[in-house]
Design a binder for this molecule. Structure first.
Ligand SMILES: [Zn+2]
Length: 311
């Protein structure tokens, strides 16, 4: 790791150099600079420091250039619709989604059409925040509901009053979830499309299927059974496949292969029970279930697999 000149960087940053510029100057990435600044406790809030353009005027030439660029990139928007929606009281969020622009653009257009009205600041008392957010321990969203404003507003006001915003993990410590919530969380987690990395054995099977021109899905959530879960591979009914098939590529370690005997984990029994319960339930729901051990997949050839499929 290269040693960066702390003093110099901080000085330049406070003078208005951006982290991008500093990165270029010191031959590191912008991310490195901002990480360092963060570590050194320098506030990354640019508004605190002097902007290099502050107090200076653009030259006529550069203004002309800028306006040309702006014109070129000015988005074609339905100004009539913006005006109509705004005047009938639609929320900014709704309007910007409808016309497809960001908030600053929307504001600018409204100002250009001279219809923009500054919203009145919602009055929120510190006592109320103390009552709901601190004493009752309500979440930002729930505090917002009590005080009739958005989560965002609550967050801003807390900062203004110097009240620390709890981070999620801390606010959850000690809270016991009800059985129902736990069940819901479990389902949500099972359905979550995480960047599940396909294991090498899964990939091998997937490649076999592609070679055989068989359509398949990976990590599909199977909700038809009691122990719903994300299966490894699902083959829907299609030409040549009369029954939907689920292929599970069972890793020898995690699923406790009786031949390789790699794992002596105590709860292995539970895991195996779950696997067999699932297989049974799937079969009851009309799936053909093919479970293949990792050690078999490793040496498997295409025709072995074809045979297994019963094609
Ligand atoms: Zn094995």
């Amino acid at each position: 790791m290269k040693e960066l000149n702390k003093k110099e960087i901080i000085e330049l940053y406070k003078k208005g150099y951006s982290s991008i510029k500093l990165g270029k100057k010191f031959n590191v990435s912008q991310k490195t600079i901002s990480n360092k600044l963060n570590k050194w406790g320098v506030s990354l809030d640019r508004s605190k420091y002097k902007s290099p353009m502050k107090g200076k005027k653009h030259t006529k030439q550069s203004l002309k250039k800028m306006s040309k660029i702006h014109k070129k990139y000015r988005k074609e928007l339905n100004n009539d619709m913006i005006k109509k929606m705004y005047l009938r009281g639609d929320s900014n969020k709704k309007i910007k989604e409808k016309v497809g622009c960001c908030y600053p653009t929307l504001k600018k257009r409204l100002e250009e059409m001279k219809v923009y009205k500054k919203k009145e600041r919602i009055k929120i008392k510190k006592e109320d925040l103390n009552k709901y957010y601190i004493k009752q321990g309500l979440s930002l969203v729930k505090t917002g509901q009590k005080l009739n404003c958005s989560e965002r507003t609550i967050k801003d006001r807390l900062k203004e009053y110097g009240i620390k915003v709890r981070n999620l993990s801390k606010s959850r410590i000690g809270i016991k979830f009800s059985k129902e919530t736990k069940r819901k969380m479990k389902i949500a987690r099972a359905k979550q499309i995480c960047p599940v990395k396909d294991t090498s054995i899964e990939v091998k099977i997937q490649n076999f299927l592609s070679l055989l021109h068989i359509e398949f899905f990976t990590h599909k959530y199977i909700s038809e059974i009691n122990h719903g879960y994300q299966c490894d591979i699902l083959i829907p009914v299609q030409n040549g496949i009369a029954q939907k098939i689920i292929i599970e590529c069972d890793g020898c370690y995690w699923h406790g292969c009786p031949i390789c005997k790699l794992n002596s984990y105590k709860k292995l029994g539970e895991r195996k029970q779950l696997d067999s319960n699932r297989t049974k339930e799937l079969q009851e729901q009309g799936f053909k279930v093919i479970r293949i051990w990792e050690h078999k997949i490793r040496v498997m050839e295409l025709n072995d697999f074809e045979e297994m499929l019963g094609k």
